[in-house]
Write a protein that binds this ligand. Structure first.
Ligand SMILES: [Zn+2]
Length: 396
């Protein structure tokens, strides 16, 4: 695999213009330079750089530079004026550095305005992000995902009054909701006495889904056509290794074409280990390009969580016209699962509804998640009915 080289990120640390006292602007709430280094850059296993390096199989290497602006003052921009204006904060930070002080940021791929004191409208925005000391490791992981080019992940619709609907509803990707299936990070002894504003600071997200990596690297020379990914047609029997357990290149994602436009179905295996320490183990199914993100969203064909099957032989689901059945579960190192796929036709479905005796005891049932909002693909005439024949579905 090729690698594009480090992603250089300038972290500009800035204090608001003097003004009325701000409750949290006490000196002890300014993290030390050492703490900044450990949180962002150090090779300590838990830094934001290490998380994304590991989660991207070495393809995305963040390189943070803290030397440009070390607690400079925003000229005349006060906390009250800018705290709710994310783009305004980043623009003002760039202005202080480039315009007022003549320091070019042209050599950086992204710029983070790290402002003090909190709170602020922190998060990613065009060209970088705004952070403050109110964030958590989990929050920074997600927002740096955007800085690295990841879109949000979507999932089954959560009906109103939920304001986000399908957006974020992927329990198996850091680019979904923050806090779903996350886990506690061990507090490094050196920082055990540090008081963080955010009581959940030492929390890590699950990994980015392999489907999310696939979407991120689509159109690049990396990942999509590498040894990490198996491409197959429905009907194939596919083996994927547990995403958080692999140490050398092995297929961690199977990708199948769907009959809906140019969309795809993906299969990955997630186990309760390493960066996935907080997840419920399962065979996780995403689609890419099968759903409409809705009005006002900028994501293009984002990864879309469809369902999760228990990692148990015989577990099965029908997703967007594809039947999936777990046929092997391996607890080796790395763990892996084998899934038999087949094309699910309308005829198949009707036939099997009256076919309970041979089926019901083997089907552990799909989860409550999959409610595709776009029409399930109609299988073309002549499509293979690979698994059917005259009898019930068999475990193989
Ligand atoms: Zn986001």
């Amino acid at each position: 695999m090729s690698m594009a080289g480090p992603k250089r990120v300038a972290v500009l640390r800035l204090l608001w213009a003097p003004g009325p006292p701000v409750a949290d602007e006490s000196p002890q709430l300014q993290w030390s330079d050492e703490f900044f280094h450990e949180v962002f850059q150090a090779s300590n296993g838990w830094s934001l750089r290490d998380y994304w390096l590991r989660a991207s199989f070495g393809l995305l290497q963040l390189e943070f530079d803290f030397s440009v602006a070390h607690w400079w003052r925003f000229g005349d921009h006060s906390h009250a004026e800018l705290k709710d204006n994310r783009n305004g904060i980043l623009a003002a930070a760039r202005q202080v550095v480039e315009g007022d002080n003549g320091v070019s940021l042209a050599g950086f791929d992204a710029v983070i305005a790290f402002v003090h004191a909190p709170p602020s409208n922190a998060g990613a925005c065009g060209g970088g992000a705004v952070f403050d000391q109110g964030g958590s490791m989990a929050f920074f992981q997600h927002e740096l995902g955007h800085v690295l080019g990841f879109e949000h992940s979507f999932g089954p619709l959560i009906p109103p009054p939920d304001e986000f609907g399908s957006l974020y509803n992927d329990p198996y990707c850091v680019m979904g909701y923050t806090g779903l299936q996350s886990h506690a990070l061990p507090v490094p002894p050196a920082f055990a006495s540090l008081t963080n504003i955010n009581s959940g600071f030492w929390t890590s997200e699950r990994r980015p889904a392999a489907a999310s990596l696939y979407r991120r690297f689509t159109g690049t020379p990396d990942f999509v056509d590498s040894g990490w990914v198996t491409h197959a047609e429905p009907g194939a029997r596919l083996w994927v290794a547990a995403l958080s357990e692999v140490v050398t290149t092995a297929p961690v994602l199977a990708v199948l074409p769907l009959s809906i436009g140019h969309s795809q179905l993906t299969i990955e295996y997630r186990t309760q280990s390493a960066d996935d320490a907080g997840v419920a183990p399962g065979v996780v199914i995403h689609s890419i390009g099968a759903h409409d993100v809705g009005v006002g969203r900028s994501e293009v064909d984002p990864p879309w969580f469809e369902t999760v099957l228990p990692p148990v032989v015989g577990a099965s689901a029908d997703v967007l016209g594809v039947h999936l059945e777990v046929v092997t579960v391996s607890t080796g190192s790395p763990g892996g699962i084998e899934v038999q796929t087949s094309t699910q036709s309308t005829r198949t479905h009707i036939f099997n509804e009256g076919d309970q005796e041979g089926v019901s005891h083997t089907r552990l049932g799909r989860t409550s998640a999959p409610l595709p909002v776009t029409p399930v693909g109609v299988v073309a005439d002549g499509a293979p009915h690979t698994h059917l024949g005259a009898g019930p579905r068999r475990l193989q």
